[in-house]
Design a binder for this molecule. Structure first.
Ligand code: HEM
Length: 138
């Protein structure tokens, strides 16, 4: 049996941040750069240690989440019904320092990929930083 994800009209509009930033290829490029940085820069060692050795599932999941979050296809929410980003992280003890590592690596990844809409890309980094810091509990 083949299942198809139902699309909403706004996903087809080129006005969403998802489309303006370049769609899936750009989301995936940002996420790949993010995990490459996390995996290689000692500044993110504490953050890296919280993740499983194999980052491949995270590369797929975070790219899918960012696409949906930015107004693109809703696959991540369809596949993770009832979950939100805060509930996904509720069992992790996230310090402000580690949240800062996440935000810093993401901001660098966005800058390195350099989506054409630079202003929107920078704004996305700022909102994601707020989200990451909002997960910090100590
Ligand atoms: C604040 C710092 C953060 C820390 C320390 C953190 C840590 C983690 C860890 C340890 C996992 C599980 C990884 C694994 O099993 O290998 C995870 C999963 C995930 N995180 Fe984060 N995270 C943070 C912020 C964020 C933010 C801001 C987002 C979204 C913009 C995000 C998106 C995700 C996604 C999509 C998953 C996978 C969920 C799934 O597929 O079940 N994380 N995170």
């Amino acid at each position: 049996m083949t299942t198809t994800t139902q699309t909403r009209p706004e996903q087809d509009l080129p006005t969403t941040p998802f489309h303006k930033l370049g769609g899936h290829p750009v989301m995936q490029a940002i996420v790949n750069r993010f995990y490459d940085l996390m995996d290689s820069d000692p500044a993110y060692a504490e953050l890296r240690a919280m993740h499983a050795p194999d980052l491949a599932p995270m590369r797929a999941s975070l790219a899918s989440f960012l696409a949906a979050w930015a107004g693109g296809p809703r696959d991540w929410f369809e596949q993770n019904q009832g979950k939100c980003m805060m509930s996904v992280h509720k069992n992790f003890t996230i310090s402000r320092d580690v949240a800062g590592q996440w935000a810093d690596a993401m901001r660098r990844a966005i800058a390195d990929v350099a989506p054409a809409d630079a202003q929107l890309a920078t704004a996305m980094g700022g909102v994601l930083e707020d989200m990451a810091l909002g997960m910090a509990r100590s």
